[in-house]
Write a protein that binds this ligand. Structure first.
Ligand code: FES
Ligand SMILES: [Fe+2]
Length: 353
């Protein structure tokens, strides 16, 4: 493994910018053009994505190993990027392959730029973001609805101006379906009163209504399988085409402390002509309605005060949120403790000042 991004992070910083040592969805695959570069910020770190000439996808920390200029401003040279500042060339594994201003310079041949392992799934790029002590990718079990050949899915991607925790907590809060989305074509039905319970699974937990299923947004399963995701299902009227209820796999990836990239795969178990009918209906009729529902979430979350969770009065429906918070807080504290205390600031080089 090459170098990892070096950061001393407190538990609060980890909670704000994302747990380390797991896989995250980064962006839709089609955002990285052949022959071009795409810059993203994820987990508070700048990255550059590009494809090598043969299509191999690469992701590097967007910092030149020479003096830290963004590689994304550089030139895509097939299997490497040439930094625009002084021309240093870095390949897709993070190795310096050429220092044109000083041939033979000892930077050549060194792997100096973090380059996370990647894979593509359901139209999105996934990356393993480890800390210095965990360079090797965590084993990952990909969300089963996205690897099942019998299941057809569409990815919706958006960037929301909301902290990661609010985006994740929204997923663990089925009850908002009956209120925030009550006008929606799929979430108008069922009771607006409910009791919830947590049910443990070997990969996470269900947070579900005890007295209603299959009518509204009645349950969600939180899964931590090397990548964090939720599975949920929304019943659909027969006019929405074949395949019965509609599944959603959801993920959230912190961009920085105040912004989150959200990924929603709408899926249905359909095959043959039914799959074609459903995909046609989705594109022509359902997708716009889905975006409308997602916009309701976005508008609500973006309008919440940054410290909204500092003065809450929770009730039984918030058990899922509380459970997620406790889990993430514990993991963030463990990761921060393992990284050790922040080092003292770098000494100023002699002769400067
Ligand atoms: S900072 Fe990139 S070559 Fe100097
Ligand atoms: Fe919602």
């Amino acid at each position: 493994m090459g170098p990892m991004v070096k950061r001393q992070l407190s538990a609060d910083q980890i909670l704000a910018t994302g747990l380390r040592n797991q896989w995250y969805a980064i962006c839709p695959s089609d955002m990285v053009p052949q022959g071009g570069v795409h810059r993203v910020r994820r987990l508070g770190i700048d990255w550059v994505l590009f494809r090598e000439s043969d299509g191999t996808l690469r992701m590097l920390e967007d910092r030149c190993p020479h003096r830290g200029a963004p590689l994304s401003q550089g030139q895509h040279l097939g299997s490497k990027i040439a930094c625009a500042y002084h021309g240093v060339q870095v390949d897709g594994t993070g190795k310096v392959v050429s220092v044109p201003g000083l041939p033979g310079c000892n930077l050549e041949g060194k792997t100096l730029v973090p380059s996370p392992p990647l894979q593509e799934l359901g139209g999105a790029i996934l990356a393993y973001i480890g800390d210095e002590q965990h360079p090797d990718p965590a084993p990952v079990a990909l969300p089963d609805p996205l690897v099942d050949e019998e299941i057809s899915s569409f990815l919706c991607y958006a960037e929301w101006d909301t902290p990661w925790r609010y985006a994740m907590e929204n997923l663990l809060d089925p009850m908002h379906g009956a209120f925030l989305h009550r006008e929606s074509h799929s979430m108008f039905g069922g009771d607006t009163e409910a009791r919830f319970r947590i049910r443990e699974t070997d990969r996470g937990f269900f947070f579900e209504k005890t007295d209603q299923r299959g009518v509204n947004f009645d349950w969600v399963e939180f899964c931590r399988t090397g990548i964090d995701w939720v599975d949920l299902s929304i019943p659909y009227p027969p006019t929405a085409g074949p395949g019965g209820s509609f599944g959603i796999v959801g993920m959230g990836t912190p961009i920085d402390a105040g912004t989150t990239a959200v990924f929603f795969w709408r899926y249905r178990k359909v095959s043959g002509w039914e799959r074609d009918v459903w995909r046609f209906l989705y594109r022509t009729r359902l997708e716009a309605r889905h975006w409308h529902v997602l916009e309701q979430d976005r508008v609500m979350l973006e309008a919440m005060a940054e410290d909204a969770d500092q003065a809450e009065n929770l009730y039984q429906h918030d058990l899922g949120v509380v459970r997620l918070r406790r889990l993430y807080r514990k993991l963030a504290e463990e990761q921060a403790a393992a990284l050790g205390p922040s080092p003292s600031p770098e000494p100023v080089p002699a002769g400067r000042a």
